[in-house]
Design a protein around this ligand. Structure first.
Ligand code: ADP
Ligand code: ZN
Ligand code: MG
Length: 486
């Protein structure tokens, strides 16, 4: 397929992640979102002269934990540097970041096939199971947040100095769908380790997208464009789809791609030039003289290791192996740890674990439950699965029990009684129905005995009707056959 006329995209992401910590990165102020502006501040995070930063061990530990989860190498010694620039949301005129010696290097993010956009989950692109390499993860302080009103601007310093991880990918991504799956898969890892809530729409995870195009087969990268103002995972996908088409069209006309930063406008569905990058920024990085290097000693590494969670991929593999759920169900369960815990409790009560998964992930989930607080006990699903598997009720009756269970959360066994749904499995009662069926359908009996085995269905239908659908179908089959061949 690769001809000189085809182009491919090359994409690398820089993802900023707000760490969930008690306090800010270099001072004791509370790290909390959503309070009245500039109420969690002190001389350090306001950048007042003479104040001194003290690193937050919890933030360093959570960054190391993130590195361990993503298979990075943790630096034995890491350093904090000053990144110098002027901006109103950063009154020190420098941001404390990491330059040459970040906490984590290397590692990767495995793309979960079920975290690709729904409509392409069935394609080779999603099923390829690629791992996207990471360049590095470093720790820095966030800046304050600017607000622009009609005739003035305001700055909220509650965010100033809060811990922020920057996760930089290699330019390994090739499609908007992969970028979408990368962010979703990364988010699942971050959530599993409890390091961040990583919600793009709340700004807890922010992403700069770098994208270029090149003729298929060419080794060298093309000129990259950086996209800003992306505030959802699907927005990243839309922006990339637009930008890749724009670049390919330009290249097709022989135009050069300008090395620039572009802004995504979600309403317009297009990107617009923000600033060109004729000259590279010179941030004059240098080691922050107020901060000692960070030695990631054994104690710190051990502390991070004890916080290692069961990672999404491992959890999915265990669910598939021990519970017999499908790969898709395993992915859904792994992406919601509360629901997963609920399911595991339910599955513990029965051998029919895959059946329970179907009930919980289809019927129960459709009712939009809160598994943490629902009065529907997980054990009820085990009971329901056992009632069906044991032949007490059939699947149509089980649907009725389920509906009643949602309205009136009590034991399914009790609900079966209450609804009068119990299957008739008493063989003498069934025998009577079968005798009646034989007596009332001489034609079918004759046909059956002449070798038309399908004729038995008329007799079964008779019994079902008589018993109002409650007769145990397996038993009827056995009893009728025995009586007919007698
Ligand atoms: P900069 O110096 O502009 O910050 P970096 O080399 O640090 O650029 O890369 C920043 C991000 O851009 C990384 O995620 C990297 O993988 C990606 N990237 C680098 N070059 C390209 C390119 N030509 N096309 C697409 N992405 C690229
Ligand atoms: Zn402070
Ligand atoms: Mg860079």
């Amino acid at each position: 397929m690769s001809s000189s006329g085809t182009w491919e995209a090359v994409i690398g992401l820089e993802v900023h992640v707000q760490l969930r910590t008690q306090t800010k990165m270099f001072c004791g102020c509370i790290n909390h979102y959503g309070d009245a502006p500039t109420t969690h501040v002190c001389p350090v995070c306001l950048g007042l002269p003479g104040s001194l930063p003290v690193p937050n061990e919890e933030a360093i530990r959570k960054t190391i934990l993130t590195g361990l989860m993503l298979g990075c190498k943790i630096a034995p010694v890491a350093r904090f540097d000053r990144k110098n620039y002027f901006y109103p949301d950063m009154p020190k005129n420098y941001q404390i970041s990491q330059f040459d010696d970040p906490l984590c290097a290397g590692g990767g993010v495995g793309l979960d096939p079920f975290l690709f956009p729904k409509e392409i989950q069935d394609t080779d692109e999603a099923k390829a199971g690629r791992t996207i390499r990471l360049t590095r993860i470093h720790l820095e302080e966030d800046v304050a947040k600017s607000f622009h009103f009609e005739d003035r601007s305001g700055i909220d310093f509650n965010r100033a100095g809060t811990p922020l991880m920057e996760i930089v990918s290699e330019a390994d991504l090739r499609t908007p769908g992969e970028a979408f799956a990368f962010l979703g898969s990364l988010r699942q890892v971050l959530l599993s380790g409890n390091v961040s809530d990583a919600d793009m729409e709340k700004g807890q995870m922010r992403c700069d997208v770098n994208v270029s195009v090149r003729p298929v087969g060419q080794k060298e990268f093309g000129t990259k464009v950086e996209l800003k103002n992306l505030n959802s995972i699907s927005g990243v996908r839309r922006a990339l789809t637009y930008e890749i088409a724009r670049q390919i069209a330009a290249c097709g006309k022989g135009e050069a791609i300008a090395h620039e930063t572009r802004r995504w406008d979600d309403e317009a569905g297009a990107t617009f030039t923000m600033r060109t990058k004729e000259k590279a920024h010179d941030y004059r990085y240098f080691p922050d003289p107020d901060l000692l290097p960070v030695r990631t000693d054994q104690g710190l590494m051990e502390a991070a290791r004890t916080e290692l969670p069961e990672l999404p991929a491992a959890l999915q593999a265990r669910l598939a192996k021990d519970f017999g759920v499908t790969a898709y169900q395993a992915s859904v369960l792994a992406s919601d740890r509360v629901l997963c815990g609920y399911y595991e409790k339910a599955a513990a009560g029965t051998t029919h674990k895959a059946v329970v998964a179907n009930w919980i992930l289809n019927d129960f989930l459709a009712t939009q439950p809160d598994p943490a607080t629902t009065p529907v006990q997980p054990g009820f699903f085990a009971e329901l699965a056992d009632l069906v598997a044991g032949g007490t009720i059939n699947s149509a009756q089980a649907k009725k029990v389920f509906a009643e269970l949602m309205a009136n959360p009590t034991s399914p066994k009790a609900l079966v009684k209450k609804l009068g749904l119990e299957q008739i499995s008493d063989s003498s009662a069934l025998g009577t129905y079968c005798d009646e069926a034989i007596a009332a359908n001489p034609r079918s009996v004759e046909d059956y005995r002449a070798g038309k085995t399908n004729a038995i269905n008329a007799l079964k239908g008779f019994v079902m009707k008589k018993s109002q659908g409650k007769a145990n179908p397996v038993q009827i089959d056995e009893i009728l056959k025995a009586k007919l061949s007698a």
